[in-house]
Structure formats: C-alpha cells, structure tokens
Design a protein around this ligand. Structure first.
Ligand SMILES: *Cc1c(COP(=O)(O)O)cnc(C)c1O
Length: 221
C-alpha cells in the first residue's frame, strides 16, 4: 500500500486507530502549507508541531485560534519572546539558560508556559539535549530556583536514526526509566514526548505519552 495514495485524514485515522487513548498525537506540519493543516483540522486534529519560529508565527497568525501549537525543534533564546504569547508546549528545552529566558518572557506576558526538557538519548553525536546525569543534578538544584512562569511538564527525546529496532527500543527505555525516576520528585509531570514517523510504535511500547509525527501524516518533506 502506497501511503501517498491516502488522504491526510485517512493517514491520521490509521494512526489514531493504533494509538492508545492516553497517548497524544502531535501532527508535525513543518514545511507544509496551511491547507494541509486545515485538512487535518477537519479531522479534529488540534495539536500541531513546528520547528521554525518564523514559520510557526506565520501559521499561528493565519490559522484558527483553537490550534495547540507545539514548538518541537531547537529554540534559540532570542526567539523565545516571539512564541511565548501563544505556544502550548515547548518540547526541546535543553539548557538552564533557555529555561530562565522562557520564564522571564512569560512573566512579561503574564503567562505560564509549559515546557519539556530534552534529553540526549541517541548514541549518535547530536548537538542538543541534556545528558541524564547533568539533568538529574540540575533538577535537584532547581528545587531551590523554582520558576513561576515556566512549568516543566516532563521530558522529550529522540532516538538514534538507525534501522536497528532494538537500539531504538533501548534508548526509549532509558528515557522512560529516567522519567519514572524523576516523577516522585516532580508529581506535576505528565508528558514523555518520544516517537516520530519511523519509530512511534516502538516509543509507545516503551511508554511514550506523546508522539510527534510528520511525514506519515503529511507525506515526505
Ligand atoms: C521533524 C520532527 C519530527 C517529525 O518527524 P517525522 O519523521 O516527519 O515524523 C518530530 N520531532 C522533531 C523534533 C522534529 O524535528
């Protein structure tokens, strides 16, 4: 079956059929035009993910206001103020510095912004994400810092880009263990964002609560 012969709505439906009810599907619409998003909206998809701030701003200003916008990619501190007024969840917070900037900008705007901390779980060299021990150390200190306008809701991670399913499962399992080990000290956490088009089924098996799927819904980029 060629996925390209299916409509956006049919592809959404087939993912939803397989997805446990308590796992949130974020439709990653980066690089895709507004009419693709509108088609998904008609199928009651309200969570959308973007990774470029300018594109996110443009889409937010032209599309319906009931959309929940997720910033899923790396976020530069100088771009924070542009999305703080409307963003639903920032997935890839990878430094204390960025967390502070979100808190500061959200305070100016009179909002509390929900975020996830990105953890580096892949074996390949990637630029972004906390290493688990650094994150654990930081969170112990963070109890003292305590932000008022940024609320950490959980963790996000990306597995290595590899055909080795066992390796992917292993990396997601590690992240799930880290998440579970931190939950006791952070009872308000509720989100573990892991899984993309190529690996969301593995991620869900390993305990993901939120998947970010682009090409399997909207086609290749
Ligand atoms: C692009 C992107 C996705 C979606 O990727 P697909 O393979 O198209 O599903 C998920 N997460 C992040 C952080 C991304 O940048």
């Amino acid at each position: 079956m060629s996925p390209s012969s299916l409509s956006i709505q049919e592809r959404l439906e087939s993912i939803r059929t397989e997805l446990p009810e308590d796992v949130t599907l974020v439709a990653v619409s980066k690089t895709k035009p507004n009419d693709c998003i509108e088609e998904a909206l008609e199928a009651n998809q309200l969570d959308f993910g973007e990774n470029r701030v300018q594109e996110l701003q443009e889409k937010e200003s032209t599309l319906p206001k009931n959309i929940r916008w997720h910033q899923i990619g790396h976020l530069q501190t100088n771009k924070v103020k542009a999305i703080v007024p409307f963003v639903h969840l920032i997935h890839a917070v990878d430094s204390a510095h960025l967390l502070k900037e979100i808190d500061r900008r959200a305070k100016n705007f009179g909002r509390t912004v929900d975020v996830l901390l990105q953890v580096h779980i892949a074996q390949e060299e990637v630029k972004y994400g906390w290493k688990a021990p650094d994150l654990q150390r930081y969170l112990e200190e963070e109890a003292v810092v305590s932000f008022e306008h940024v609320r950490i809701r959980g963790l996000m991670g990306m597995a290595t880009f590899t055909p080795d399913q066992q390796q992917i499962a292993q990396e997601f399992k590690q992240l799930r263990h880290l998440y579970d080990s931190l939950l006791a000290a952070h009872p308000d956490w509720n989100t573990l964002s892991m899984g993309m088009s190529g690996d969301w089924r593995i991620a869900v098996d390993e305990g993901s609560t939120m998947i970010r799927v682009g090409s399997s819904i909207f086609g290749g980029r």
